[in-house]
Structure formats: structure tokens, C-alpha cells
Design a protein around this ligand. Structure first.
Ligand code: SF4
Length: 492
């Protein structure tokens, strides 16, 4: 076994917003505003729409398998494809930088901005920049970062952080946004989405023209051509990469695909899985800076390829998590995410994939509740366009909790007793009888027990438990078999 958890990185690779999933989940389930936002959100709509659009594809499952295989192949030959990408970016006139950690990536961006005398930086949506907390690093260096994706802009001016990989403000309602804009723009309150979007559009358009540098994420990096691919729905990505003098693209080192011919496979799957669209509105392929004779594009193009714990994951049993294209489909499908929202996970990567990778990036000890944040229903695996078997890996990670000695003695003892009782019919029956005996004596009303003491107290904290009957399944089964035998004997 090669667990990524035995030897965690020295620094925490991801920012931590809370490290107590259970307490945060309890709080989230009492938050009626959050429940209202999640209930009326487009998460459910997109999940349903995704299923109907998948039916458009002649062989959706075959396409998922192909996408998973391409990603697995790229990860197996990552050194080769990284070198190929680097050579082709340089051949196209760009510069390539490698960052071992989030701190190094931020320092590189700041150095490029300072070298180019850049004061205002416009950003398109990038989960990697959330991972590195790039905005804080830029501000510290006296450089103004401005988010231009509408959701990210709202979060920035509200000093909040994303709760979904694709829809960062899923936890806010239109009225919440109205109050944020009322304060920021000193404008009359409105919760009309079109008016709110127009306010932001007018403001951002002016700032695009003033910006010296644009920062983007990378949806895919094509090794064969040295290009990066950006998929957005708002067109802001295009403004960030073509208007300012300097363009910096920031990517995790797993974002590679081998060739241009592979791209349609991912474009077909990404939009369908993320937002239930056949294709994202704007799909940009950016190759190097502006060439002589071209009308737009930056003078400088820099690609920063960041590790930040990924090589550690690559060498572990959890390599498949690096196939993730951050589409968010597993979040939309997950019954737990849909009840507690993204902030509960305490990480920039929430939902089922976040429950897996957050402990891998940081430490399992710090995020020991996250592998338990699953019903193991398999909906995330069904939804994943690159076939990451999240439930199987979560079970493996639960094993790591025991193997690395993080599980409490109390829990270990309970599971030992349980497995012991399941091992032999006699111990199983005895255990069942004991349970029945105790539960029948617990105070109950109308056949329901409202409080069970000890380790099962969590069950009755949220729901009642049915009082066991006098007879159990085995006795009923025996009785049924005897009746059948008697009826057979009477017939004969
Ligand atoms: S794990 Fe799969 S479904 Fe979840 S975000 Fe990544 S690619 Fe999408």
C-alpha cells in the first residue's frame, strides 16, 4: 500500500476555513437561509439537465471511459508531457515557470507583475488561485487584484469565498447579492438579477481597460501545441487574456492533455457535466503572446505550472484524483453537499472530490471527518465525466484512518465488537438479543424512542428510532418456514 497520507507535505497546501466538518454540518443544517439558497439553487436543475443532455451523446459512457483513459495515460507519462508543453510554450514565444508550492506560485506572479510595473490585475475564475490565496499575496505587494467572473467578483467585494467549483455563489440568493451591491456601489437595493448583472458589467468593463495584467486559470493545457484552453460562460476570460499587456496563466500540473485531437472529448463532457450545457459559451485556445500583425493579445505570456503536493498524490494510491477536471458534477449529485453546502467542508475544494483531495493536500489528521462525509451511494461516481471512483477511494481513505492510528480507541473498539459479532452466528444472535433487550427497555412514545444514550445518541439527536417489536426477523422467518412445512404436509 502506498498511501499519500503517511508522509504529508511539510506545509499545508490548501487554506483551511474550518477543520471540524461535523460541527460545521450541524450548523449548516440549522441555517434556514442556506437551506433555502441550496433548495432553490441551480444545483438540482443542472444535475437533472446533465442527465438529459448525456442522452444526446451516442455513447456517453464510452466517452467518459475515453476521457478517463486519456487522463490516466497523461498522468502515467506526466514528465514527458510536461517537457513537451514547456518546449511548445517557449516555441510560441511564452515563458514557463515551475512552482513547487502555493507560496512559490504567488511569489512568481508578484515578481512578474513588479517586473512589468503592473498595478491593476484582472482575474478570470481560477480554482488554483483560490488554492494559493493569490489575491492576498498581490494585495500585500501593493498590487490590486480584481475578480471579473461575476460570482467571484461578488465574493471578493463581500469578503467571502466560493462554495462550489463552478458556481461559486451558490450559497447566496439574489437578495443577498442585492444587499452586497447596495453597500459597494451605493446603489438602491434591488434583487433583480438583470439589474445587478448590469451594474457589475458597467463597472468591470471600465476596469478591464485600466488593467496592466490579466491572470487566468487553465482548463486544459495542450502539450502538443503549447496552448492553454479556457472555458467560460461570461466572456471575461477573453477580456483578461487579450486586453492587458501581460497574461499569466496559472495551472496545477495535472491539467495536461496530450494533443488538440483530445480536446473535443473533454469539451463535450465538461459543459454537460458542469452546467448541463452542450458546450460552454466561450472556449478559447490561447497560444503564446500576440504575434506581429495580430490585433489583440498580450505582449508577454507566462505559464506557471504548480505542484503544491500533486507529485505526492501522483505517487500514491490516490493518483486517479488527479484526473479531475473540476466540473462540479459530483457536488451536484451528492446528497450530503446538497444538504450542507460547500463552506462546511472547510476547503476551497468541497463536495465528494474535496472530501478526498483536501486530506491529501493537507493532512488526514486535520481533516479526519471528511472521508466520513459520504453516504457511499455512488452518485458521484455515476456523475463523474472522467470516471474517478470516489466512493472506492473514500473507503480506502477510511482504512487509512485506522492504519495511521487516527481513529479513536472508542470507535475501534465498537467496530471490533461489531466485526466479532458478525463473525459467528452465535455471537451475532447474542448481540442481537442484547440490543433488542436494551432497546425495548428504553423510554418510548407511540412506538418511537426519542433518546438513545452512548455512541448511538447521534441517531436520535436528529430523528426518532422505532422501538423493536417483541419478535425479531429470525423468529418470524422460522415461524413462516414451519407454517409452510405444515401446509405442505397437510397437502400430502
Ligand atoms: S471528481 Fe469528477 S465529477 Fe467531481 S469535479 Fe472532478 S471531474 Fe467533476
Amino acid at each position: 500500500m502506498n498511501t499519500a497520507l503517511a508522509d504529508p507535505p511539510r506545509h499545508l497546501a490548501l487554506p483551511v476555513f474550518n477543520d471540524n466538518f461535523k460541527a460545521a454540518a450541524h450548523h449548516a443544517t440549522q441555517d434556514t437561509a442556506l437551506l433555502g439558497a441550496l433548495d432553490g439553487s441551480i444545483v438540482k436543475r443542472d444535475y437533472a439537465r446533465r442527465a438529459s443532455l448525456a442522452a444526446d451523446l451516442p455513447d456517453a459512457n464510452g466517452l467518459r471511459q475515453l476521457a478517463g483513459n486519456i487522463k490516466a495515460h497523461t498522468l502515467d507519462h506526466l514528465d514527458y508531457y510536461l517537457e513537451l508543453l514547456e518546449n511548445n510554450v517557449i516555441a510560441a514565444g511564452g515563458k514557463v515557470h515551475y512552482a513547487a508550492s502555493a507560496q512559490e506560485a504567488n511569489a512568481l506572479v508578484v515578481a512578474i507583475a513588479q517586473a512589468g510595473n503592473c498595478r491593476l490585475v484582472v482575474k478570470s475564475k481560477s480554482m488554483v488561485s483560490e488554492e494559493t490565496e493569490l489575491n492576498a499575496a498581490l494585495e500585500q505587494a501593493g498590487i490590486e487584484p480584481l475578480e471579473t467572473d461575476l460570482g467571484e467578483f461578488i465574493l471578493q467585494i463581500d469578503h467571502d469565498h466560493p462554495s462550489h467549483l463552478v458556481m461559486p455563489i451558490i450559497h447566496k440568493r439574489a437578495a443577498d447579492v442585492g444587499r452586497v451591491f447596495e453597500k459597494y456601489f451605493k446603489a438602491p437595493f434591488t434583487d433583480d438579477p438583470a439589474t445587478l448583472a448590469e451594474l457589475a458589467r458597467v463597472y468591470l468593463r471600465k476596469r478591464f481597460n485600466e488593467a496592466d495584467m490579466g491572470i487566468s486559470g487553465v482548463n486544459f493545457a495542450i502539450a502538443e501545441t503549447g496552448s492553454i484552453v479556457l472555458c467560460t460562460n461570461e466572456g471575461n476570460g477573453r477580456m483578461c487574456t487579450s486586453r492587458p499587456r501581460v497574461h499569466v496563466a496559472l495551472m496545477g500540473m495535472e491539467k495536461l492533455i496530450p494533443s488538440l485531437a483530445d480536446l473535443p472529448v473533454f469539451l463535450k463532457l465538461l459543459a454537460r457535466s458542469a452546467t448541463g450545457q452542450p458546450l460552454t459559451q466561450y472556449n478559447n485556445i490561447v497560444t503564446g503572446p500576440r504575434r506581429p500583425g495580430e490585433l489583440d493579445g498580450p505582449d508577454e505570456f507566462h505559464l506557471i505550472i504548480m505542484d503544491n503536493g500533486r507529485s505526492h498524490i501522483l505517487a500514491s494510491d490516490y493518483r486517479d484524483t488527479l484526473r479531475c477536471i473540476r466540473c462540479g458534477a459530483c457536488l451536484n449529485a451528492c446528497p450530503i453537499y446538497r444538504k450542507v453546502g460547500g463552506h462546511t467542508y472547510g476547503s476551497v475544494y468541497p463536495g465528494p472530490i474535496g472530501a478526498l483531495i483536501t486530506p491529501l493536500f493537507n493532512t488526514l489528521e486535520m481533516h479526519k471527518d471528511l472521508p466520513q462525509a459520504t453516504s457511499l451511494c455512488g452518485a458521484c461516481y455515476e456523475a463523474c465525466p472522467v470516471k474517478i471512483n470516489i466512493p472506492e477511494m473514500l473507503i480506502h481513505m477510511k482504512g487509512d484512518l485506522v492504519r495511521t492510528g487516527i481513529t479513536s480507541r472508542w470507535e475501534k473498539m465498537i467496530f471490533w465488537l461489531w466485526s466479532f459479532s458478525l463473525r459467528y452466528p452465535i455471537t451475532y444472535r447474542m448481540g442481537q438479543k442484547m440490543q433488542q433487550f436494551m432497546m425495548r427497555r428504553a423510554p418510548s412514545r407511540d412506538g418511537w424512542i426519542s433518546h438513545i444514550p452512548g455512541p448511538a445518541a447521534g441517531w436520535t439527536a436528529a430523528r426518532d428510532f422505532p422501538r423493536p417489536g417483541k419478535s425479531d426477523f429470525r423468529a418470524l422467518w422460522k415461524q413462516h418456514q414451519q407454517q409452510k412445512a405444515r401446509a405442505g404436509a397437510d397437502r400430502d
